[in-house]
Write a protein that binds this ligand. Sequence first.
Ligand SMILES: [Zn+2]
Length: 278
Amino acid sequence: MQRITLGEFELTAVTDGLYYLDGGGFFGVVPKVLWEKKLKADEQNRVPTGLNSVVLRGKGKTILIETGIGNKLPGKMARIYGQPAKLLENLAAAGVSPEDVDIVINSHLHFDHCGWNTVRQNSKIVPTFRRAKYYAQEGEWRHAHEGQRDAGSYLAENYDPLVESGQMQLLKGDCEIAPGVSVQVYPGHTRDMQAVMIQSGGRTACYISDLIPTSAHLDLNWVMAFDLYPVDTIESRKRYYAEAIPGKWLTMFTHDPEVAWAVVEEDEKGKMVPKTPA
Ligand SMILES: [Zn+2]
């Protein structure tokens, strides 16, 4: 478990475990001879993929960013991807019980980002974080019901019951969620994917989610084949780096199997490199 202090906040990286994605899907047009130097594929061409959530504690609040795959994947998906279901035990190890969580933020609603939003109790779907207010983008939720190319990545039981009960609030674009914690839309992976910004003590951290899923995806053009709008991904990354690099932001990686966060720097050749924060 990795922990770091950012001004008045304590950030703890907690994982739901590892799952497995096709390396070609994960690295898009990048040739395997290049990406395999960074992430080794197994005999089925799959790469181990992290499911990193972050707990923010500070200013009297406990905020959970992202909720992994969860424990209720349909059988076929569980066989394809695996279903490690480790988030609750890792939260407990970090000293966080589900009742402690005041706010849950989902960057988007693909199954591997909001799975623990809910659990099945008897035959009912109930919120895992009973007291929490949940937040996602309204455009993302609408898209989840549009039946587009990524329709197979959306499981309504992760969010629709929360929207119906009013426990999930749907946001219209960039906004502040709590003092020092805000969301910003970065289109590319989906049209309305949001990043979570944490600002305190003159420092900034950003959970950039699938815009830059791992520290192996820092190059502007290393874009996942899963992205719906790959050209927008590149433009959004440019916009992100224009602020994050001079500001020395801490960038948090949603799918890195090892590196929960790093400060991204640009070397003399213009290559983006992840640096361990001091
Ligand atoms: Zn996604």
